[in-house]
Design a protein around this ligand. Sequence first.
Ligand code: PEP
Length: 261
Amino acid sequence: MRKKIIAGNWKMNKTLDEAAVLATEIRSHVMHSGHAHLVTILAPPFPYISELAHHCADTSGLELAAQNCHTETQGAFTGEVSAQMISSCGASFVLVGHSERRLYFQEDAEILRKKINQAYACGLTPIYCIGETWEQRSTGKHFETVAQQLRESLFHLTPDFFASHLLPILAYEPVWAIGTGNTATTEQAQEMHAFIRQELQQNWNTDLANACSILYGGSCNASNASDLFACQDIDGGLIGGASLKATDFQHIRQAMLEVLA
Ligand code: PEP
């Protein structure tokens, strides 16, 4: 059975003290309501990773992610953070290709391919975010867009590679749903998740496609999580706004725990 994952992307929010309080509350929820197949991932801002790694240490089912990494391991890149640094601070995952990075920081397919390679080279598992804009969907280009994002930045990795590396986590995040309250319908989300799995099957193989966790992200909250997570190909959520309050995030975790029950 593939892993179910609830990941919180805190973006550029919280002070260190606030982040520590939030992580402590979530840790307590994870300790009291865990499941062998459920992994909870927190993606705080870079400066908090090390501190939160101490808060979350030895909590089974609770992991940390960075929100980004640089394409190089080290060097004269003032202001940047490498995957090696992230790994040394205690995170195991890194978001790659979030639509805010693609849009505001001009991260293109080649940069994202390098970031995925760099993550793996430094022992991190990438959470690769893909998804179409509203314009692409309304002109019928949503499948083509997502297929291209997979082809250009991920499918250079072959099944052989995954004999010695963990599969990436994929996050389908329609850009028009992120932070807007316009959640994709369960039909739209399931249809795209099934398409993504079919692409994985065609480019890799059936076993890898069936083992890969595909998360939905985009205005997922306590009210719509149960319906989304009940879909066959939706293996969890990448949660933005609703991950900033421990009770909201716990309701979303609970929705997945009910699916697993
Ligand atoms: C995100 O930014 O990854 C996200 C899913 O945000 P939100 O849940 O706020 O739409």
